[in-house]
Design a binder for this molecule. Structure first.
Ligand code: PRE
Length: 355
């Protein structure tokens, strides 16, 4: 490698970066004006459908080396900074710091947002309901463990809206200060993380050691970092935050272990052209009501993508996802016909990844 050649290329990069910085600042001047307009009109700062339209447009114009994921990564961070320039807003997430929910929140709200770690799902709903946080990030389902009942209960109880979904690939690590796996006498983690790593634990003879379930995987990492002969099943970030050496990566049984999160807030999204809607349905206890209900959706050309039953206070309710926005004509009509049995939880941009 010639030093002169490298210097020449780096000079070119510096010139481009200077232009980029000027352009991004120019963009932020406009964003600031948008923020002032919204402050007058009371319009919502976060507009996921507009962000999607920008990314779609850029992808269709793109003829360089960037792929969609790269365009998304760059621009989602730019949008997050833009929103902070328009109006800094708090994001409450299911903590502690380093949890998967924290990762989901940072993926959408970027490095500059102000985050509040809350220890319960109900606490997050309360935080958004009282206006202490503009957004809440909560898990709704995992591909191995199913629906998160606390989230369903809170969606039923609080009058808040789902404004976005985020799907994360969930990877666990075994982290410990022990240099040999034989020296591990106890493992800390969340109960569902133990369930998701059953095969690994059996294959490595770790079923015999004491498995101690606690409330979070990050706390597990903290305890394992302090106690000799212990280990944690935790996310990569949790181990790093606690300076805990990682012995094994990706120890989950299923290689497509995913968790879906909802971002909740107090406004409704406009249509994006590629939306999903979530509802809760409580039907009268009479034969055939569920079949009639589902048939009506089918007859209205609505693609139901998920239906999960759930018991709240002894009554059976259904959590349903379908393609389309609540303002789409066919959706509007069917929702109107069933308005007495439905609670609309929100329409939001459909994520490409699904679980
Ligand atoms: O278009 C808007 O409504 C904006 O506020 C601007 C902008 C952007 O940076 O382009 C920022 C935040 C919104 O989520 C969508 C887009």
């Amino acid at each position: 490698m010639s030093e002169a050649g490298l210097k020449e290329l780096r000079d070119k990069l510096d010139t481009i970066d200077n232009r980029l910085l000027d352009l991004v600042n120019e963009r932020m001047d406009i964003v600031h004006q948008v923020g002032l307009l919204k402050a007058q009109s009371g319009g919502s700062i976060y507009r996921p459908e507009r962000e999607k339209a920008i990314i779609d447009r850029l992808e269709s114009l793109n003829n360089g080396r960037l792929n969609r994921a790269a365009i998304e990564a760059l621009f989602l961070e730019i949008f997050a900074i833009s929103r902070n320039i328009e109006l800094p807003e708090n994001v409450a997430y299911l903590g502690p710091e380093g949890s998967f929910t924290h990762q989901a929140a940072e993926g959408r709200f970027g490095a500059m947002s102000s985050y509040v770690s809350i220890s319960s799902i109900k606490g997050i709903f309360r935080e958004v309901h009282t206006g202490k946080a503009k957004f809440g990030v909560v898990p709704i389902e995992n591909s191995s463990n199913g629906i998160v009942t606390d989230t369903i209960n809170c969606l039923k109880e609080y009058d808040l809206k789902i404004v976005a979904e985020v799907v994360l690939d969930i990877h666990h690590t075994l982290a410990s200060t022990c240099d040999k796996i034989e020296n591990i006498k106890r493992i800390y983690s969340k109960d569902i993380a133990f369930e998701q790593c059953r095969k690994f634990l059996t294959n490595f003879g770790l079923n015999e050691v004491e498995l101690i379930p606690i409330e979070s995987t990050t706390k597990a990492a903290k305890l394992a970092a302090r106690e000799p002969n212990s280990a944690a099943i935790c996310p990569h970030v949790g181990a790093k935050l606690n300076n805990l050496p990682i012995l094994f990566e990706n120890i989950e049984d299923k290689d497509n272990n995913k968790t879906r999160f909802f971002i909740i807030s107090n406004f409704e999204n406009a249509q994006s052209g590629n939306d999903k809607t979530s509802i809760l349905v409580e039907l009268p206890d009479r034969q055939g009501t569920l079949v009639e209900f589902l048939t009506d959706f089918n007859n209205s050309d609505i693609n139901l993508t998920k239906i999960k039953s759930h018991i709240v206070e002894g009554n059976s309710i259904f959590f349903i996802d379908f393609d389309g926005h609540q303002l789409d004509d066919n959706v509007k009509d069917v929702l109107q016909r069933h308005k007495d049995t439905i609670k609309i939880l929100g329409s939001y941009v459909k994520e490409i990844k699904d679980i």
